[in-house]
Design a protein around this ligand. Structure first.
Ligand code: AP5
Length: 221
């Protein structure tokens, strides 16, 4: 199966990007780069970048473009983002989120081969995010109703205690949705040639299967 080398997951907060990414990593053996997970790791480690980013994240605002571009530029240069012949290969989740971030990828010759757009209505994602519980260890998402861990409150994958993210409360969720609409949704048009739109309001396994089918067929639209 031939699959794209550089893929982007695009979608509103709670559209299911992280959930689909876990499945794509298993099936396509690609390195998953979640900027949200990278930032939360920096916050937990108390780095300068993390402390700066936290002031934006907790209120549902975007971290400044220069910070994000530097973070991703460094990360995609690492060996796990290269295939054996040296081709750059990655699955971006949460980047780009603005037109200048998309420009920064293009400037480095790293524009995407496929952009997977998960389409889900706002009221659906509010329900998903208020019920989400996240693993601070490996980033795996759970849900109090739709995806419960085998042992209550503990990650199935790495045994870490699950948390309720500070930005997964109603007020920051509404702010994140407004930010997505104003600053990120223009990327849908920007990437019209590479866009694969998937109805994200289905069971997680159905969403993953639809993504795999479209990605392996190489069909934009
Ligand atoms: P980030 O962590 O990227 O947050 P997000 O985009 O808001 O996305 P989420 O992680 O909330 O949702 P998701 O789409 O991954 O959904 P998930 O699969 O978990 O970013 C956090 C913050 O960091 C940003 O607000 C910003 O401040 C900053 N940041 C990050 N990148 C940045 C950038 N490039 N520029 C500037 N700032 C940046 O699913 C959600 C829930 O629903 C889970 O509970 C899951 O179990 C459940 N679920 C998933 N799929 C389904 C389904 N099909 N049916 C039912 N339930 C489902």
């Amino acid at each position: 199966m031939t699959t794209p080398n550089r893929m982007i997951l695009l979608g509103a907060p709670g559209a299911g990007k992280g959930t689909v990414a876990k499945g794509l990593v298993d099936h396509l053996k690609v390195t998953h780069l979640s900027t949200g997970d990278m930032l939360r790791a920096a916050v937990a480690a108390g780095t300068e970048v993390g402390l700066h980013a936290k002031t934006f994240m907790d209120r549902g605002a975007l971290v400044p473009d220069d910070v994000m571009v530097a973070l991703i530029a460094e990360r995609v240069s690492q060996d796990d983002c290269k295939s054996e012949d040296g081709t750059v290969r990655f699955l971006l989740d949460g980047f780009p989120r603005t037109l200048p971030q998309a420009d920064a990828l293009d400037d480095r010759g790293l524009g995407p081969d496929a952009v997977i757009h998960l389409d889900v209505a706002n009221e659906v994602v509010v329900g998903r995010l208020t019920g989400r519980r996240s693993c601070p260890g490996c980033g795996a998402p759970y849900h109090v109703e739709f995806k419960q861990p085998k042992v209550a409150g503990i990650c199935d994958i790495c045994d870490t205690a699950l948390v309720h993210r500070a930005d997964d409360r109603e007020e920051p969720i509404r702010k994140r949705l407004a930010t997505y609409s104003a600053q990120t949704s223009p990327l849908v048009e920007r990437y019209s040639a590479e866009l694969i739109t998937i109805d994200g309001d289905n069971a997680p396994s159905a969403v993953l299967n639809a993504v795999l089918e479209r990605v392996s067929a190489g069909s934009a639209g």
